[in-house]
Design a protein around this ligand. Structure first.
Ligand SMILES: Nc1ncnc2c1ncn2[C@@H]1O[C@H](COP(=O)(O)OP(=O)(O)OP(=O)(O)O)[C@@H](O)[C@H]1O
Length: 468
């Protein structure tokens, strides 16, 4: 990519010479001869680099530098100053010039400066590219996901640095971690650190020392003072994953940090101010935990002020194929498989499956299928999931007579994290026991053909003795 360069210089011979010199070295120069012409061209061309002579017929290059930097704080501007004019050089740097160069111009020195500026621009573009790419990876076109993205935009725009605590809710694998990172990247804190702690993974004593840090002598092993994650995330974001598992005895201390924006290390008497944005996530029902006295109501109240909910994948079917195609393309590239898509039956299966593990499960299923598939399209069988026919079977069992009991029973399965295949296996086993191992009768009981039953018996590795 040639670096577009605007040269604002009224000595026409000099301007031409610079332009010729630069165009031979991969730059793309344009010339203006006055402040006004330069300003106009700057707005039209939006050059990567602007080289401004300090003395121009209709004004001062320094003022133009300020105008340019005000309109685009990232603009890279180089000022040409008169020989020995240190004051202007200092002023130029104060107003954000990339650098300055003195007359008479040394072309090689100019080239060295411009090359350095071009490097910085390329680096910045790369960083932006990666940021944008990262951000765009959070895919979803369903109304609830679009709403979440909109809310994120509004939040980071209106709250700037003083961001309220955000609570992310949703089942496991719905993308809460991704959203936490996205929030951080889009916020004014994006240059600061992003740290995370999973509250499930650590015992209470460790959570306390990890988060709050400790002073020397706080406990036997504390030979050196250690700042906790609240302090380490200064100026950035701290993501508390699975906040529902946050130790009850420490919840009051956490609430105090949120309210006072200060943290006290273990063994210390001093409160230290911290500037950290807290994002918390939970896949558990905090309300229920509060009513069971496992979570403090005041902390819950404080956390839930801004809540973003990520619905389970089965409730946003519009996203399933979009995500599946994305994971397919990604893995096909990664494993160098010449795959072009999913068969129509495979698509139907993807759409009817319950996805208890949500997007994470979908990503794994597609990755595995990419590795298994021999053809150019992923077939239903390659997916190795059951396309929801059990759900139909379950509905065929007449629940009408005892609706409430039936719902309660289903809720219990869901709370115990039973998956559809688990339920299917148990139902088949029960049917076989009740029919004394008679496959045909069990199949009739389950509302499926004998062949399908045999296939599923094999799939679940159910051991039984067949009778007729
Ligand atoms: N909208 C999305 N677009 C692309 N990938 C996604 C999306 N949502 C989730 N994923 C993928 O699914 C995986 C799980 O996401 P993530 O870890 O953010 O979920 P989570 O809700 O935090 O899960 P847990 O509660 O188990 O920590 C990630 O590795 C990510 O690749």
């Amino acid at each position: 990519m040639p670096i577009s360069t605007l040269i604002i210089e009224d000595e026409s011979n000099l301007a031409q010479a610079i332009a010729r010199f630069l165009s031979r070295r991969g730059f793309d120069p344009a010339i203006a001869a006055s402040v006004e012409e330069g300003w106009k061209l700057f707005q039209e061309v939006a050059p990567h680099i602007t080289v401004v002579d300090q003395k121009l017929p209709d004004g001062n290059g320094l003022n133009l530098l300020q105008r340019i930097r005000q309109s685009d704080p990232d603009a890279v501007v180089l000022l040409i100053t008169a020989y020995g004019n240190v004051t202007d050089a200092v002023e130029a740097m104060k107003h954000g010039a990339f650098d300055y160069i003195q007359k008479p111009l040394d072309m090689e020195q100019l080239l060295a400066l411009l090359t350095r500026a071009a490097e910085r621009i390329r680096l910045r573009q790369e960083v932006t590219y990666y940021r944008e790419r990262d951000t765009s990876q959070f895919l979803g076109n369903s109304p609830p996901i679009r709403k979440v993205i909109e809310e994120i935009e509004k939040l980071v725009e209106t709250a700037e640095r003083d961001l309220p605590t955000v609570l992310l809710t949703g089942e496991t694998g719905t993308g809460k971690g991704m959203i936490a990172r996205l929030l951080h990247r889009k916020s004014a804190r994006s240059e600061g650190p992003f740290l995370e702690i999973n509250c499930t993974a650590l015992p209470a004593s460790l959570v306390e020392s990890e988060l709050f840090g400790f002073d020397r002598g706080a406990f036997t092993d504390a030979r050196q003072p250690k700042p906790g994650l609240f302090e380490a995330a200064e100026g950035g974001t701290l993501f508390l994953d699975e906040i529902g598992d946050f130790p009850l005895q420490l919840q009051g201390k956490l609430l105090k940090v949120l309210e006072n924006k200060t943290v006290r290390r273990l063994g210390s008497l001093r409160d230290r101010p911290v500037d950290v944005w807290i994002i918390a996530a939970t896949s558990r029902d905090l309300e229920a935990l509060v009513s069971q006295n496992q979570f403090r109501a005041d902390l819950h109240f404080r956390l839930k002020i801004v809540t973003l909910h990520l619905p389970p994948l089965r409730e946003r079917k519009e996203d399933i194929l979009l995500l599946a195609e994305h994971f397919l393309a990604m893995n096909a590239r990664r494993y160098r498989r010449p795959l072009v898509g999913f068969s129509p039956e495979a698509k139907e299966t993807l759409l009817s499956y319950r996805w208890p593990g949500n997007v994470r499960e979908l990503a794994h299923v597609v990755e595995q299928a990419v590795l298994l598939t021999r053809g150019e399209r992923i077939s239903k069988e390659d997916l190795r999931i059951d396309g929801g026919s059990l759900r139909e079977d379950v509905h065929r069992v007449n629940p009408g007579k005892d609706g409430e009991e039936w719902k309660k029973l289903l809720d219990r399965f869901l709370e115990a994290h039973w998956t559809l295949p688990d339920l299917e296996k148990a139902l088949i086993e029960r049917a076989l026991v009740r029919t004394g191992g008679n496959c045909s009768r069990a199949a009739r009981l389950l509302g499926i053909t004998r062949d399908i039953l045999r296939y599923r018996i094999e799939k679940h590795r159910i051991r039984y003795r067949e009778t007729f």
